[in-house]
Design a protein around this ligand. Sequence first.
Ligand code: BYC
Length: 474
Amino acid sequence: MAIDYQERIPNNVHLSENRTLQRALEQWQPHFLDWWKELGPSDFQTADVYLRTATSVDAKGWATYGTVKMPDYRWGIFLADPQEGRTIGFGDEYGKPVWQQVPGEHRSTLRRLIVTQGDTEPASVEQQRMLGHTCPSLYDLRNLFQVNVEEGRHLWAMVYLLHAYFGRDGREEAEELLHRHSGDRDHPRILGTFNEPVTDWLSFFMFTYFTDRDGKFQLKSLAESGFDPLARTCQFMLTEEAHHMFVGETGIGRVVKRTLEVMKELGTDDPASIRKAGAIDLPTVQRYLNFWFSSSLDLFGSEASSNAAAYFATGLKGRPDEAQYQDHVCKDATFDLEEPDGKGGIEHETIPLRNAMNEVVRTAYVKDCEIGVKRWNRIIQKAGHAAELALPSPHFRRSIGVWAGAPVDPQGKLVSREEHERRRAEWLPSEADRAFVRSLMQKVTAPGKMAAWIAPPERGINNLPVDYEYVHLS
Ligand code: BYC
């Protein structure tokens, strides 16, 4: 029987008319499903989950809600509508028509960018696969699964590009995306953060706030690409990404809110007492924040990068919202780079702006991260407390770039290696912190009930009540 491609794989890429692409995807799909069953959410594959599915790119179709078993989710392929007459918006090719096919000279670089992007998507699903067992509520369990199936769809989006535009090497790369695994000693995921375990929900919320936000900025940069199919794919992916960051921002906000309630009940901000009462003290929240923010900063690459300069010059990867800048060519512009001088001080180096594009994007990211921190602090202030959460300095705990390995404190001050080591547990989650947070992670699945360490959300999904049975566990 003929497969109805629109039904099985919702798409706006004329899949039913493209035999070659159908064959490639038909070969890959069973491997994807095997991967999903083996390394996707552990258990819950037979549960009915209230999920949104993209069935078209228009306002009505991009978020169609219904109850689905996850393996039956319809992973679709969508590109934002084409813009007639679109031209390359930056670099040496500025103003020339965008490419509908891959230019031969950019083939391997573009493939590398798409593979790196694609690699993060299944990685995050693997990282989060055990969280269902310790969900704080059915509402949160549903959000986890929503994020997971959409990361699965984002993988499909990149695999579509590899299959449709890169021939045999593209198909091989698509297979490799299912063979590398998060944290695997021999075949790890490409980027550092995607090999970090996410085994508790505080980490999950930090990940969706900070790491998914890297996704936002990278997708925005690729949405500017001169390779139009990539740009249009990323534009559409960004619509889904917003919910992931919402899960992170509100998740952390709800943790903070619950902690403040406990502080009020007990009349103390003593971490040990708060922990005894089953909530997460704010210094621990800060340490988790320090960990995930610093790890996510590394995802932007080195401050001075010849790769980044080449991506920009050749029109492959721009800056988020490129239109906001006056100069789209940046040929002679320079950038003042702050770096350690190797003698315990800081020095400044002037580098070509094109080489500093990773830092330009990272700086925009840091500004965006501040928004949530301000909101969490407002919750704290409203409760009458002086405590504040803060982003650590972007130079703190870096593993990539000019600050890699530099002994910097969260305020950005270079300190001695001895002090840096000694104060580590003040700044980053210790084994004891992690064990405590893990001890709170108990599964709560009665509709509307919440674990004791997190406040309920203000509202449910898609105008449904908070106590709706978002996941029906069979
Ligand atoms: N860990 O010149 P450099 C998302 C590598 S997240 C390990 O410093 P470049 C999502 C780099 O790959 C968004 N390796 O940096 C979020 C390069 O290796 P090769 C993902 C790293 O190339 C949550 C070498 O170091 N998308 O969507 O300018 C859930 C020297 O590179 C790291 C993208 O990243 C690291 N942290 O920029 C789900 C977009 N950083 O190529 C999904 C595509 C750097 O020499 N990727 N390296 O072997 C890129 O645009 C660039 O590859 C990077 C690095 C921004 C990552």
